[in-house]
Design a binder for this molecule. Structure first.
Ligand SMILES: [Zn+2]
Length: 333
């Protein structure tokens, strides 16, 4: 996804948490920094931040058919995946209604083999643990927002404790990886899903043309609007994608960010396989599936893909942030 899209997703997720009103602390933490959200939400795609080279195919869990040992580990039948995705994700409704992928497709094993450092679930899960640790070491300003006190932090040197700015930056950074998991091409190992092969870049450009240029990093950073106005502006983008939110953020199905991202990626791989069905675009072929042919020429499908990717990217970020925040309050030992 492009910079504008990543910034919008992060800000829209903050607006969703604000509207839900269940976790006021995290809203108070994020809201003052929404004009700087692009700095965090786009940081993982900045050239210098791409450890392992500025490869545009970073941040992936690209799956393909698998015939090696332990195939049951890499098999997830449709009813099980739908259960894992829960009832609130647009992806679940889209896959439930799909007729393109056969039972045979769903019963096969699929596995990803990302290069070190690129694995989306690893990145999002590692940040979940890191951010939790950073939050409980928060300085006195940040500690005031947390769901309960962590007295050990008061014994730390104030300079070693996490500021609100740092906590917000890391949360926005995490949103990047959660959003990337919702991009079908990031989860499909076929050549047709490579960044510059006719579908991936074009689909991402299509999304960013529907998002107000207000969310471009320099414009956003220079914005004079209040944080509340920025949240409201993010909400106005919903209609461009035909999406609505219930203002109810469900719990993390698996109570584990890593596993949740694995399931989302598995769903995104299925979505990619619906956009470019494997009987026309086999997994071992190098054929291209141009955006104009597989999506632009099918406005109904494209509208559904927009909803699945963008609605769920926002919801998945909000689900993850809410889960992490609530765990801080629940972990009484
Ligand atoms: Zn990325």
């Amino acid at each position: 996804m492009n910079q504008r899209t990543h910034a919008w997703i992060a800000i829209r997720a903050a607006a969703l948490l604000a509207d839900e009103k269940e976790c006021s602390g995290i809203v108070k933490l994020l809201k003052p920094f929404v004009r700087a959200a692009a700095a965090g939400a786009w940081l993982p795609d900045k050239g210098d931040a791409k450890i392992g080279g500025a490869d545009t195919d970073n941040h992936v869990l690209k799956m393909e058919p698998y015939s090696g040992p332990q195939q049951e580990r890499f098999t997830l039948a449709k009813p099980e995946l739908l259960k894992k995705l829960g009832s609130e994700r647009a992806m679940a409704a889209f896959l439930a209604a799909d007729k393109v992928l056969s039972n045979e497709w769903w019963e096969a094993a699929y596995k990803a083999d990302p290069k070190p450092g690129q694995h989306l679930a690893d990145r999002a899960g590692a940040l979940a643990t890191t951010i939790t640790d950073l939050l409980i070491m928060g300085d006195s300003d940040l500690a005031n927002l947390l769901p309960r006190p962590f007295p050990f932090a008061e014994e730390l040197d104030e300079k070693c404790r996490t500021s609100r700015e740092q906590a917000a930056m890391y949360l926005f950074m995490q949103s990047h990886f959660i959003a990337d998991a919702c991009m079908p091409c990031h989860c499909d190992a076929r050549k047709l899903s490579s960044y510059a092969n006719g579908l991936h870049k074009e689909l991402e450009s299509h999304w960013s043309t529907k998002i107000d240029s207000f969310f471009d990093e320099h414009r956003l950073a220079a914005a004079t609007e209040t944080p509340d106005a920025v949240l409201e502006k993010a909400k106005t983008v919903d209609k461009a994608f035909g999406i609505t939110f219930k203002n109810e953020i469900p719990d993390l199905v698996e109570q584990d960010v890593w596993l949740e991202i694995i399931y989302i990626c598995r769903g995104s791989f299925a979505v990619a396989s619906i956009i470019a069905p494997p009987d026309q675009y086999p997994y071992n072929s190098t054929a291209r599936a141009p955006f104009d042919e597989v999506l632009k020429a099918k406005p109904e499908l494209m509208g559904e893909i927009d909803k699945v990717a963008l609605h769920d990217a926002v919801l998945n970020v909000a689900i993850t942030w809410k889960h992490m925040w609530k765990r801080l309050g629940a972990d009484q030992q």
